[in-house]
Write a protein that binds this ligand. Structure first.
Ligand SMILES: [Zn+2]
Length: 183
């Protein structure tokens, strides 16, 4: 719970008649982070629309999908969003406000005008969108555990499969030859 980011009734924002500002610092319950989530947020009620903008940043510990090591990554977001206050089916009214519900990226967020705006949820959603689908620790990634670290000979000599025997004896022959040629 981030102190100060409690839900605020939309009617309250409407009655305010101006921009409401939040400065915040704290931990999101649903997104554990190494450093507190810090940022700021502004919301303005404009009749049929709530304009929300803000930025937030934190550092999160991820587990690399490839080498399974943990690594830290900074997450930051800066967003300006228009939230439709009313019927999500009211495409015509949305268009009048410059919101296109049918466009490719027109996934318009909607809120019940009688409900509340949840600043903490908004911050959580914006940061969550920044989390990559695949976690990769970077160019120094050591790769998959075991497979990359195992010496090729180890798997060969350890194999109980008799079919490897021919290869093992071949390797032994090559070793003897090279010793001879070195003399
Ligand atoms: Zn890795």
């Amino acid at each position: 719970m981030i102190p100060g980011l409690e839900p605020v009734p939309l009617r309250e924002l409407q009655a305010l008649g101006s921009v409401r500002n939040w400065e915040f610092e704290g931990q999101l319950d649903e997104l554990p982070s190494l450093t507190p989530v810090r940022g700021n947020l502004q919301a303005e009620h404009r009749g049929n629309i709530l304009e929300v903008s803000g930025s937030a940043q934190t550092i999160i510990c991820f587990c690399c999908d490839r080498c399974l090591k943990q690594f830290n990554r900074k997450l930051s977001t800066q967003v300006n969003e228009l939230i439709w206050l009313g019927d999500p089916e009211a495409a015509e009214a949305m268009a009048e406000q410059g919101l296109d519900a049918s466009s490719v990226d027109g996934l318009v967020e909607c809120l019940d005008p009688r409900g509340s705006f949840e600043p903490e949820r908004w911050v959580f959603e914006q940061l969550s969108l920044q989390i990559p689908a695949v976690n990769f620790c970077g160019d120094d990634c050591s790769g998959m555990p075991q497979a990359a670290n195992q010496a090729p000979h180890a798997s060969l000599s350890a194999a109980a499969d008799p079919r490897w025997q021919a290869l093992l004896s071949l390797r032994a022959d090559v070793g003897e030859e090279s010793e001879v040629s070195r003399d």
